[in-house]
Design a protein around this ligand. Structure first.
Ligand SMILES: [Zn+2]
Length: 268
């Protein structure tokens, strides 16, 4: 009887230890995942549908909650619903020639810019940081995607960015793509160019634009962006579009609800 009693006590202690260990493990796991979620810097996210895809970005990190906000980008621009306002003026470019480093960061191909390139947009000065590409376009016009969209990312302060978006349609070969497409890193990596690029030459002649307030189109999706989507597209050849699309692999975020926002238009 004593033996049995001893055995029961021992068994009870053993079970307690095991369950306690499990509990601790569980807690540690929870703490780790919370820390991982909160940090937000190393969070894996993707443009493709799935657990880490656009629909779930807002759940991947406490830093990504803006991705579920009411002023997100990109949007569909319904040209019939845009309005003219007198306060909008022409974009004033102060761009020079700049050396570039071309980076493939697995989400896009990006040209990092050195030097002092600025734009004045409706009274505010912004400095150009980089430009990068999406295939298909992120913004749609009257429901239609274009094959490519380039984003020129400018910053005034941490809470005030301006992105100029330029769409590409199929047509004549694009000079910049002709020059650099074969050097684009096809996987994660970078290419330093010795040439200087005349940044303004990368824009269409006519700089009429659509303007609205939105967000970064990738996590953390911060709602700090004044968007200027140029009305007039550039062209790229069929082959350039195909080659580039293979590298970028549908790196566009689906369009987001406009909600209470208005899209204004400035015609040059
Ligand atoms: Zn972009």
């Amino acid at each position: 009887m004593k033996h049995i009693a001893n055995f029961v006590v021992t068994l009870f202690i053993l079970i307690s230890i095991v369950s306690c260990k499990n509990e601790t493990k569980k807690e540690q796991k929870e703490i780790q995942s919370t820390e991982h979620t909160k940090k937000g810097t190393d969070i894996h996210w993707s443009h493709q549908k799935g657990e880490d895809g656009p629909e779930n970005w807002k759940n991947l990190s406490d830093n990504f909650t803006d991705c579920g906000g009411n002023a997100q980008s990109p949007i569909n621009i319904n040209t019939n619903a845009t309005s003219k306002i007198d306060s909008l003026v022409a974009i004033k470019f102060n761009y020079g020639k700049s050396a570039v480093t071309i980076i493939n960061n697995k989400h896009t191909v990006q040209f990092n810019i050195t030097g002092d390139n600025t734009v004045k947009l409706n009274g505010t000065d912004y400095k150009l940081l980089q430009f990068h590409y999406h295939t298909l376009s992120e913004h749609t016009i009257d429901g239609n995607h274009y094959p490519i969209e380039v984003h020129f990312v400018h910053k005034n302060s941490d809470t005030n960015f301006a992105v100029l978006g330029v769409l590409f349609e199929e047509g004549a070969s694009n000079t910049l793509l002709a020059k650099y497409l074969e050097n684009f890193p096809t996987s994660k990596g970078e290419f330093k160019s010795k040439d200087s690029i005349d940044i303004l030459s990368l824009f269409p002649e006519n700089k009429s634009y659509y303007n609205y307030k939105g967000s970064l189109t990738t996590p953390p999706c911060s709602e700090v962006v004044n968007w200027y989507v140029l009305k007039n597209p550039l062209t790229a050849s069929k082959q350039q579009i195909e080659t580039f699309s293979k590298i970028l692999n549908n790196n566009y975020r689906p369009v987001q609800s406009l909600n209470e926002r208005e899209v204004h238009v400035y015609n040059q």
